[in-house]
Design a protein around this ligand. Structure first.
Ligand code: FAD
Length: 395
């Protein structure tokens, strides 16, 4: 698709509105005229919408939809974690079912591994229509090259319209590679999915550090999205088990195709920290004043059955391992409850936790930006507030 954008010089007043509206720094004003840097422009239309003088025009090529008809059905990538489906798979099935119903199409799961066929039975209570599976000893451990190839071949053979992946390490590894192979787009970390009036997948995700929610359409097929764990509700079991149509995938893989080899698995030795999947996170900021006070944060997390997170300031000070860091250069989390203790709320921190269901902030500065994203704000000294909270919780 080739788009064009132009400034109609007779109409442009150099008012600067388009400069402010552009999130990509692509517009500047020179001699009272808007200049667009095509290398930066994404043709998003923000400048066109904001211009009071109709001085900016974007000419978009129509999407060629002629080939879309041959793509049908919603697929879920059935991430296989050592012989079990990852939890997110059932969330994707729940969402996938809704999308398939709206499209009046079928829901399928694609599963890969050395014992992938054994997993199919686990799907019978969830109303899945088809399972595409590839079973081979070579595929025992997730390996990007081979798994990508299996999915790529399956897409080319069966042409699904939509594929959903969990935004787990594995989903985030395989989905972009598949997208590149089959020359389609991928919307990462979606928080909402729907079908629009044209039967396209409307993919919603936070953009610009969580300040806006963007709904993204893909002009190619299949339409592919990764979805963060815990964002969608799990599929409900159907009253009776459904019959699944099972299809074996034919891609041939050999040991020589493996680019990496798993030597051994080492369980994370950092305690009960699986931040990405945690329902409750209590996060320590620089306000805790020193590593000796992390115990207070841990005690609150323990009282709630949650995990301990940290701001980068705490990690940089070497008070805690980077593994706990939440934010732009740490983990993106979306727990049910996020308690920020002594955290100012810098944009880089907020980018990693703003999609939490409920944010509770404890900060002694009433002007701290964290209160802008908090559902509940406690203005106070964390050394006084937290012990009281723990006491109440223990009651
Ligand atoms: C490229 C880049 C990437 C970054 N990535 C990340 C990231 O991934 N994650 C991240 O967190 N940061 C990240 N940062 C850093 C970020 O900009 C902030 O510097 C950092 O988040 C600040 O951490 P903080 O809120 O703990 O500390 P501060 O900003 O120092 O805030 C401490 C807060 O504690 C409060 N406080 C102090 N004492 C108490 C008390 N007794 N009781 C209650 N409140 C108290 C203060 O009022 C203050 O608001 C990044 C920065 C850059 C430039």
């Amino acid at each position: 698709m080739t788009n064009e954008i132009r400034v109609i010089t007779e109409k442009c007043k150099g008012c600067n509105l388009c400069v402010k509206a552009c999130g990509f720094g692509a517009v500047t004003i020179k001699d009272k005229l808007a200049i667009i840097d095509l290398a930066k422009c994404t043709y998003c239309g923000a400048c066109e919408d904001v211009c009071k003088f109709k001085a900016i025009e974007i000419i978009r090529d129509d999407v060629d939809r002629s080939g879309f008809k041959s793509y049908k059905g919603v697929w879920v990538y059935g991430e296989n974690r050592d012989g079990e489906f990852a939890e997110v798979v059932f969330e994707l099935i729940g969402e996938g079912k809704k999308l398939a119903k709206k499209l009046n199409e079928e829901l399928s799961v694609i599963v890969i591994g050395d014992k992938s066929k054994d997993l199919i039975d686990k799907l019978t209570p969830f109303g899945v229509d088809n399972v595409y599976y590839k079973e081979d000893k070579v595929l025992k451990d997730y390996e990007t090259n081979t798994y990508t190839r299996v999915i790529e071949d399956a897409i080319k053979a069966y042409k699904p319209s939509i594929i959903l992946y969990g935004a787990s390490s594995e989903g985030r590894s395989v989905a972009p590679r598949v997208a590149a192979r089959v020359k389609t787009g991928l919307t990462a970390d979606c928080t909402g999915l729907d079908i629009n009036q044209d039967n396209d997948l409307a993919q919603t995700r936070p953009a610009f550090g969580g300040n806006i929610m963007a709904t993204i359409l893909c002009t190619r097929r299949p339409q592919m999205a990764t979805v963060r764990p815990h964002v969608m509700s799990k599929a409900e079991k159907t009253k009776s088990a459904t019959k699944i149509n099972i299809v074996e995938l034919k891609t041939q893989v050999t040991k020589e195709d493996l680019h990496t080899k798993v030597i051994k698995y080492v369980k994370e030795a950092k305690g009960n920290v699986n931040l990405v999947e945690a329902d409750i996170i209590v996060t320590a900021g620089r306000g805790i004043q020193g590593p000796e006070n992390l115990k207070l944060i841990q005690d609150l997390a323990d009282a709630l059955g949650g995990c301990v997170g940290a701001s980068r300031a705490v990690v940089d000070a070497d008070w805690i391992d980077h593994f706990h860091q939440v934010g732009q250069t740490g983990k993106t989390v979306h727990p049910k409850i996020y308690i920020a203790c002594g955290i100012s709320g810098a944009i880089q921190h907020v980018a990693g936790m703003s999609s939490s269901d409920m944010i509770i902030a404890i900060n002694k500065d009433p002007e701290a930006p964290i209160f802008n994203v908090a559902d509940i704000g406690i203005v106070g000294d964390l050394f006084q507030v937290i012990p009281k909270l723990i006491k109440e919780l223990k009651k």
